[in-house]
Design a protein around this ligand. Structure first.
Ligand code: URA
Length: 188
């Protein structure tokens, strides 16, 4: 069956494909402009996201919004944001490989509907799942990879930047590279 955004979200919100459904408050489907050319992908909801049903709404999300604003991007107007897993892993642990595998088709359908030109992976988990399993995020952040005609880049996860503020300038460079690429490709 070919999904529309509406049918996809409706089905995803009642997903029971893995045990994360037992402990979630809300499924965090995604947010943003469904015609955007740029897709940001995190690993999975934390406590605030689970409570509010929206990705990146905690302190990490506020930092992400600031970095986006610095390069003229905004979650409501020109990007879409989603996660590898749509339900919160307990105690914010990394999502298990089987949880990622159970959930990944929701993201694949989101990518099929959105048809982004650029995907930015926020952190190692998303980058390993979508760019390459052995990615070294500290070395390979800010590099563009092309996969199936889509440009993909990894940057450091906002939560990692809050833990290690010394890494913020490096991550900010990634956002500047993204802005350069958007301008080069005339992506609004
Ligand atoms: N961390 C993520 O990876 N995704 C969110 O939505 C929130 C925190």
């Amino acid at each position: 069956m070919e999904y529309t955004w509406e049918t996809l979200e409706q089905e995803c919100l009642s997903c029971r494909k893995c045990s994360l459904c037992e402990t979630r408050t809300n499924v965090v489907f995604g947010v943003g402009n469904k015609s955007a050319d740029i897709l940001f992908i995190g690993e999975g909801p934390g406590q605030n996201e689970d409570l509010q049903g929206e990705p990146f709404v905690g302190r990490g999300g506020q930092l992400l919004d600031k970095m986006l604003a610095a390069v003229d991007l905004d979650r409501k107007t020109n990007i879409y944001i989603a996660n590898i897993v749509k339900c919160r892993p307990p105690q914010n642990r990394d999502p298990l490989p089987e949880e990622q595998d159970a959930c990944i088709n929701w993201l694949r359908e989101q990518v099929r509907l959105l048809r982004p030109k650029i995907i930015v992976c926020l952190g190692r988990i998303a980058a390993a799942k979508l760019i390459k399993p052995d990615i070294k995020i500290t070395k390979e952040h800010g590099i563009f990879f092309e996969k199936n005609g889509v440009l993909m880049m990894a940057t450091l996860h906002p939560a990692a930047l809050l833990r290690n503020p010394g890494q913020k300038p490096g991550a900010f460079e990634d956002f500047l590279k993204l802005r350069e690429k958007l301008d080069e490709l005339s992506i609004q």
